[in-house]
Design a protein around this ligand. Sequence first.
Ligand code: GTP
Length: 368
Amino acid sequence: MQAVILVGGLGTRLRPITYDIPKALVPLRNEPFIGYMIDFLRAGGVDGVVLSMGYLPDPIQEYFAGREDLKDFPIHYAVEDHPLGTAGGIKNAERYLDGEPLVVVNGDVLTGTDLSQAVELHESSDSLATITLTSVEDPTGYGLVEIDHDMLVRRFLEKPAADEVTTNLVNAGIYVLDPEVLHLIPSGQEVSIEREIFPELQAQGTLRAHISSSYWRDIGTPRSYLAASHDVLSGAVGAANGTFEYLSVHPSLVRGKNSKILPPVSVAAGCEIGHSASIGGRTSLGRGCRVGEGAVVEGSVMLDGAEVEPGAVVRGSIIGPNARVGQNAIVRGLSVLGAGCAVGEGNVLDQGIRINPGVVVPPRSLSF
Ligand code: GTP
């Protein structure tokens, strides 16, 4: 079975990180996110994918070019020159599809769902599409889906206010579609599967729900990205076997005297941790990161080349590539530093965002 992975969005909610890195490549435990997606699809019986791309396609293709282990796994690239939306992106992948039922996934979903269950459910029904739903504690920021006793979708509610919430089941961004669904999508136009195609299928009574109670999270906001990073480090994703304390420290790490590494952590190649510095509480350090003498980094992600200078403290935050936290500065409360940003010596950044110097905001409606 083939899958289309939608990775063409601008990832605006995860800016400024996505100014430089497409959402599909933001690292979890120092592995680009799309790697987890490929594992999930292959475990569910998918034997080839089409990447539906638009924004920053080149680094994604370069990542796959370097994945020798996938050379026998067919991967096609359907690149848009202007945003086609979630349904338009599937239509644009059609030339690579085999005309059989297919899986479609949002390229920002981290899940332990058993995909083969959704596929079996779809094959045993006469519905044109099956949509996986998951329950979340606070559904207000999501697309809610009401279902009836026969598991048919009854109504969609896009990002409702708290007093409009009627269910906590949300669209998990995982679909099984019959090829006929592609006939409903016009070519070359921006079309949303959630807002245009699914309501049409729902009205025809041919959209079925598959409910998953497995781990599920999208990585589309700084909060959910950081939470996903914590979860992969503590083993919560495939929770069937319980959690574990992940510890991966590249042997090239240069460690100062009395420095502390408290697992679960992931440290990539070429990092340095100064005397008496400490990293822990589910932290990930990308390649070539530096943590100065006496500095503390907890519950955070430092991307490649980021630096925390002596005496600084970073808690629960995302430090972008080559960004710098100055001496004795404090960065906390889900702050995000874009690539190359700096927080000056002794400054405090709490729940703050620093945008990359000189960044050019990509246009939404013009060509990529
Ligand atoms: P935000 O701007 O933060 O909403 O992010 P997004 O648009 O990247 O993601 P969203 O959650 O809205 O979209 C769900 C999935 O569809 C993501 O994996 C996106 O990459 C993908 N996607 C969104 N728009 C397009 C598009 O125009 N073309 C393609 N091919 N994929 C898209």
